[in-house]
Design a protein around this ligand. Structure first.
Ligand code: NAP
Length: 245
């Protein structure tokens, strides 16, 4: 009997790194649940992928919305009975002009960025954890950023030392803490949890000046989604290499 098809859910799958991650997983014969903020956007995304021969299924999931999270988990449970891969990809970037303005970061900015990049990732993961526990090899990939590295920010000679976007960077550092804590909690299960730094990628968030194209930018997420049993757990990875926390 052929092995059962893996089911992956990608948040923010309608564009950027999320869309490409869904596409590359689909090309590897994974069924992809494409989650997007609106149903229309999820359906359009699934149609684009299906036109490429990919098995894609749309769900509405504004990650900040508790009703959406519950409904999406229910839908995936009813349709597939399990989830093998959860890619917590949806994220929001720093507002323009907030580089090196830590003390001026507003409460509103902190709430917005932490709301999406941290609190929603925790809540989405909690909603899908019962389905991930039904997988033979559950994988959770949290889209972090090298800008979340406290070690590199604390080193004045590091390449990111001059790019201090406080709310965004702190949200990703806290997300990394979630990765470490959850991986430890789940270490006796078949689930692995890792943080991915995709690279600086030409998307709406990364901007035109980014050196990496989107297909390369999705590679770390895809690799971590398909890790074998001996793969890393609770690590911070970029293109197969560990990054400092
Ligand atoms: P992007 O092009 O700006 O796309 C962001 C995606 O997140 C969009 O699909 C967006 O949906 C979705 N999203 C945001 N808030 C959401 C919400 N409340 N509910 C559902 N979806 C939501 O960004 P990207 O560059 O592909 O980034 C993907 C991830 O990689 C992010 O977590 C980012 O922090 C991380 N990252 C990116 C870079 C880079 O250089 N690009 C570097 C390091 C880390 P809408 O279209 O509905 O807004």
């Amino acid at each position: 009997m052929p092995p059962e098809k893996k089911i992956a859910l990608v948040t923010g799958a309608n564009r950027g790194i999320g869309f490409e991650t869904a596409r590359q997983l689909g090309q590897k014969n994974v069924t992809v649940v494409v989650a997007a903020r609106t149903l229309k956007s999820a359906e359009e995304t699934a149609s684009r992928l299906k036109a490429e021969g990919i098995d894609a299924f749309p769900v509405k999931l504004d990650v900040t919305n508790a009703q959406d999270r519950d409904a999406a988990a229910r839908t995936v449970g009813e349709r597939f009975g399990k989830l093998d891969i959860l890619i917590n990809n949806a994220g929001v970037g720093a507002q323009d002009g907030l580089v090196n303005k830590t003390v001026h970061t507003t409460e509103e900015e902190l709430q917005k960025i932490f709301g999406t990049n941290l609190f929603s990732v925790i809540a989405v993961t909690r909603a899908f954890l019962p389905l991930l526990k039904k997988s033979e090899a559950g994988r959770i990939v949290n889209l972090s950023s090298i800008l979340g590295s406290l070690t590199l920010h604390a080193d004045p000679k590091s390449p990111i030392a001059s790019v201090k976007t406080f709310a965004y960077d702190a949200s990703k550092a806290a997300l990394n803490a979630f990765t470490i804590h959850l991986a430890d909690e789940l270490k006796d299960t078949k689930i692995k949890v890792n943080s991915a730094h995709p690279g600086w990628v030409k998307t709406e968030m990364g901007g035109d000046g980014a050196p990496m194209e989107i297909p390369e930018g999705a590679k770390t997420s895809v690799d971590l989604a398909l890790l074998g049993p001996d793969g890393p757990n609770g690590r911070f990875i970029h293109m197969g290499q560990e990054l400092p926390w």
